[in-house]
Write a protein that binds this ligand. Sequence first.
Ligand SMILES: NC(=O)c1ccc[n+]([C@@H]2O[C@H](COP(=O)([O-])OP(=O)(O)OC[C@H]3O[C@@H](n4cnc5c(N)ncnc54)[C@H](O)[C@@H]3O)[C@@H](O)[C@H]2O)c1
Ligand SMILES: [Fe+2]
Length: 379
Amino acid sequence: MSLYFSHFTPKIIFGNDCSNEVGSHVTALGGKKVLLVVDPFMTKGDMLSPVLDSLRKESIAVEIFSEVEPEPSLRCIRNSVSSARLLDCDFVIGLGGGSAMDVAKTTAAMLKHEGDIVEYLGANKFTKSGTPTILMPTTAGTGSELGRGALFYVEERRTKESIFSDFMLTNLAMIDPKWTLTCPASVTASSGMDALSHAMESYTNKFATPISMAVAEKAIALLTKWLPVAVNDGTNLVGREQTALGAMFASIALANANTHAVHALAYPLQGANRIPHGVANSVMMPFVFEAISDSASDRFERIAEIMEIDTQNDSVSQALFRLSKEIHLPETIHALGVEFDQIPSFTTHAHQNRRLMNNCPKDLSEDQIRTIFMRAMGN
Ligand SMILES: NC(=O)c1ccc[n+]([C@@H]2O[C@H](COP(=O)([O-])OP(=O)(O)OC[C@H]3O[C@@H](n4cnc5c(N)ncnc54)[C@H](O)[C@@H]3O)[C@@H](O)[C@H]2O)c1
Ligand SMILES: [Fe+2]
């Protein structure tokens, strides 16, 4: 079969303290009045000073929106859009984890579109570019800064739903690993396993491209080596930097090949039980791979090689269980409070997520998905 693929990546600046230069990049992109959508943790003390100083040096006006909740709901977007409209902002910066960046990029798109955010859930609903954006991650994981999607909790349906549009790609991603130094171990572990699931699912994806596969391999090598260091020794700057680099490669892979069954089976856990995105993916990953590794076996063999696993006595799933233990994440969904009577609806929900399930190298039936959930309960 001959090759045919496209590739999306915004401009990236990566490096410790690069966020101190943000002002000149806003000016270069034409911004005069910025809405700074920021994770509430970043408003503590003088953490924001380097960013604010850099913006002031360029005479750029700044309004701070810090009402970002983890795993944000649509209400959060309505509030951020109202603030930006009230203040007539012409530029949005997102500084935070996936939650703050998803709010920032969606706010920027909504500033150039009429109506309510609920009308834009799903794929390709935006019809034009939003205001320009710069995204700066403070966690190493979600890849929101490099992708065209955003995820929100929809209260009415108790579901996690996505917005996807080419118009959501940022103008500039500034990845400054130093932001992650203050990440608690639990957030480092959760966002890092999200990144690892992006790398492994994109690598084994039916629609993987030569570029996404090359960067996913790099991501798997870096994350499996450095994530335990970043979690267990959070002040280790090399560990933080290498984890951020691994997450960046995983994000490029995610943005171009997407995820599949791990994310599809993890979504119901996030909607019904409000389990954090990265934790839900982490716990489902070994069980899903155990069930599908006979399809795409060459790719799982290559993952085992990268992870230096002796496949005669060991497997990628077993290595993932050991990694979860090392970074103190739960190994079953039972440990996260999931009840047996939730499994039928989780199964239907996951099976119906054709957007992701159609990317899976194995066509999983409802029965097979139910079995995966039952195994993940510890049965
Ligand atoms: N757009 C995408 O492509 C994409 C991909 C994966 C996940 N997501 C979404 O991203 C969200 C999860 O993002 P996340 O895992 O980055 O976590 P998060 O943004 O939800 O933050 C989690 C917690 O960590 C804190 N935090 C963040 N950075 C910190 C830092 N440097 N120091 C101290 N505390 C810090 C926050 O205050 C918050 O309490 C979910 O809503 C998920 O669905 C989006
Ligand atoms: Fe994810």
